[in-house]
Structure formats: C-alpha cells, structure tokens
Design a protein around this ligand. Structure first.
Ligand code: SF4
Length: 287
C-alpha cells in the first residue's frame, strides 16, 4: 500500500500566524480569544494549556485584552468591543481582510451583496456585519429564493470551493438576466491550492483520508471534493479515528488536511495508516 500526500495540505500561513500571535500575547498579558481561533480541537487544547481563555461572547470576557480570530470580524463588532474598554488584538488573516475590502467595495458601488458561504460561520458574520442588507447562499435552493436587484455583487467565504462558488454565480446570472451581476473571487489561495491538490490526489487514490476538525469549513469542503473523485473518503480529526478495515484491498491511500490542521496531527494520522498497512500485510501472510 502506498500513501500519497496531496501536494498542498494542512495548516495555512493565516492560521500559523494567528496561533503565534496568541501565544506571543499570552506570554505578556492575560488573554481571551473571541470564538475559536481555529476550528481544530488539538490546537484549541494547546492554547488552553497556555492559560488562554476562550469566550464566545464579549460579555463573558474577564481579561483586559481580547483577540479577534483569523476569521476576522466586522467594524461594528470591533467598535463595540473597544467601547467596553477592552484592548483588541487582531489576528485576522490578511486574505480575510481582502474579502472584507471586496465586500465593502461592492456595497459602496451600489451592489446588493450576496455572500457564498455558511450563514452562521464566524467569517461570514464578520463579512456581513457592517451591511444593513445582504444575502448568504450555500446551495441552489438559496439562490432560487433570492429577490431581484438591479445590481448584485457576489463574494465568497474564503474557504469555499471555487468550483461551487462559480456554479452558484452562474445560477444567479441565469436567474436574474436583467441584473448586473459582479463577482469578486475572494476564495483564498491556500484553499484553492488545497482543493486542486486534493482533486489530483483523489483521482489516483483507492481510499482518501481527510484530516481536520469536524466543524472546519475548509476540511468539510475537502471531504466533499475528494468524494467526487474517490468512492472511499474518510474524515478524521486525529490518528485515533483511523480504522484498519478502511484499507482492505487498497493500493493507494491519499492524504490531505484542512488549513487549521497542525503538521504533527497529519504526521500521526499518516503513521497510523502505515501501521494499518503493515498489520494487514502480516495478516495476509498468515492467511
Ligand atoms: S484559510 Fe485562507 S483566509 Fe483562512 S486563515 Fe488560511 S489563508 Fe487565511
């Protein structure tokens, strides 16, 4: 059995920088992170071990300094947080800032903003938090429920699969032929690289393992993408989730991981897959 790692996989620079910033500030002052810095339980427990608190709401913050996560937040939320007398450290990824600027430009130019993404995701709440009117779509049904506007401006949550985003933009254009529809591609480069590398890998694999947090959007998108090219796809959070029976008669096992998955978690999953391969070889020889 051969293990094929996707050419691009795992933690992106935005998440690495956010974790480094949290650890750096936690050494200097008591720190609370607003929401999950990343959607990965392994990283979150490492931050907790450093004494960093996590609050889902600013009302529950007990430290003088709070950190906005890599997913970013709206200008209104930032202003509200600062008005409470809290010092704000922004770990917002620069590519999320790019998406914020795109949304602001669409709104300023008179477009009705439509975001392709998950309505309740923290990044989408940040992208739409300064708008009075907007829509969020994730599938064809959401697009069919949209109302007509003379100008519609579309941007995407940075971790959506670009192929799906383009398909929904085409559907919006078909549904509103009289509207001027402008699309700004805000899917980030690391997401695109991981998506295309996952396709390349899944095409050659008998089984695919995707490593990442269950609530990580980009990990779930990788699972969906791989499932289009390989019938046996498994999503694991850690090596403990790997099952030996998944690899029966598999010659090539593909491996990829979401942008918030630490390298050591991916390495441990790979080691566990190898271990399963060795065990099945020994089993075959005994039979
Ligand atoms: S997934 Fe993209 S936008 Fe999100 S933190 Fe990583 S690089 Fe930044």
């Amino acid at each position: 059995m051969r293990i094929l790692r996707a050419a691009h996989l795992g933690m992106c620079f935005g998440v690495r920088d956010a974790i480094a910033l949290a650890l750096e500030h936690a050494d200097a002052v008591p720190l609370t992170i607003l929401g999950d810095l990343v959607h990965n339980p392994t990283v979150l427990s490492a931050l907790e071990a450093k004494g960093i608190a996590v609050a889902q709401d600013v009302a529950h913050v007990e430290t003088g300094t709070v950190m906005v996560t890599a997913h970013g937040t709206s200008g209104r939320t930032l202003a509200r947080t600062r008005a409470l007398g809290l010092t704000v450290v922004e770990a917002t990824c620069p590519l999320v800032h790019v998406a914020h600027r795109a949304v602001a430009a669409l709104s300023r130019d008179g477009y009705h903003v439509v975001i392709v993404g998950q309505r309740d995701h923290v990044e989408v709440r940040g992208l739409t938090g300064d708008l009075d009117r907007f829509d969020v779509v994730l599938d064809d049904g959401d697009v069919l429920a949209l109302e007509e506007h003379p100008r519609i401006g579309v941007a995407a949550q940075t971790t959506q699969a670009l192929e799906k985003v383009r398909r929904l933009v085409d559907l919006i254009r078909q549904q509103f032929p009289k509207s001027e529809v402008r699309f700004i591609d805000t899917v980030c480069k690391p997401t695109k690289e991981r998506q295309s590398a996952a396709i390349e890998m899944a095409r050659q694999a008998d089984v695919v393992i995707v490593v990442g947090g269950r609530s990580s959007n980009n990990t779930r998108e990788l699972v969906k993408t791989c499932a289009r090219y390989c019938a046996r796809v498994h999503h694991v959070e850690t090596d403990a989730d790997v099952r030996a029976e998944w690899f029966d008669a598999a010659e090539v096992v593909g491996l990829t991981a979401g942008t918030s998955t630490p390298d050591d978690v991916v390495d441990r999953v790979e080691a566990q897959v190898r271990e399963c391969a060795v065990r099945s070889l020994v089993g075959d020889e005994r039979r």
